[in-house]
Design a protein around this ligand. Sequence first.
Ligand SMILES: [Zn+2]
Length: 337
Amino acid sequence: MDADRVVVGIDNGATKNNATVLDASGRFLVDRMHEIPSRVAQGPEAAIEAMSETMDLVLRDTGTDRSRVVAVGLDTPGPASAVGVISTRGATNFAQPAWWGFDVRGALEAHIGLPVVYNNDGNAAALYAHHVHFGADAPMHSSVSAVVGTGLGGGVIEAGLVVRGAAGMAGELGHVQIFTDGLLADDQPMPTCACGNSGDVESLASLTGIARNLLPYWLTRYPEHPLAALPIAQAAKEVRTYGVDGDEMALRLFDQQAAALGRLFTIAANYSDPSVYFVGGGVVEAAPHFRDWFLDRVRAHTRLREEQAAIAGFALVPDRDMAGARGSALAATAMLK
Ligand SMILES: [Zn+2]
């Protein structure tokens, strides 16, 4: 291993890119955001150029010569294949037809002349959480991460590596259907997801699920609630503030999200029995008492066998803003060896 070698991680988002540099000793050379506009809405050519500029920016800011870079890790929002081809049906963040079926990994590789390793953003965050938690022991452990955002992202890590699957579609945890008996109130309609499923994890545990399913129901139970006066999209964004303040309706809503994650993790417990269950997303940035309450509720809703409960941990995906870029860099570290 050449000690001078580094890898760059690029986290591509709908509006911004962030980047980091990881050296051969496993140290991140960046401890703050290095963001520039991602220009995704301008189409693939502008977006690939923006990714290249993001790399140049982070190299300049860390005083790293470009000749030291041996590989780049890239993540984007999904859905995309394991090798970084955007879904042929398009994707929320890649709406223009020019993006459909576009090989974003291959295009960046051709543009910068370096190997590019691709993950979707959920998998990159899952990989980062796993490596932070286990450090040098990462290859000896498995974990599952659920990241609550606009949708429900995440990933499955086995022996320290992202589980990609035959078609690259492993770890699509949001669209796993869960048993809703005892989770929904008696008069609560079955939640639906944009993917066409009913009662999947994302239909409950996501901002979209709050706006589409949870809040419209809970406001019928609490018609005098201040959020009833707001447009539903805005109310969905603000409900966490009420949860932090201990509002009864908000806590019931978030307990349903925690129950959805717990039932997902119960499936994981029976399927691959991971060492740690990670929860990420906006909740990580919420006030500590609310964050801890939410994680405790997820744990309470997860049915583990006694032998599993004695070993398994529940933890948060750390550094929400940095997790994508750092996980992407970690995914490229095999190139350092
Ligand atoms: Zn779904």
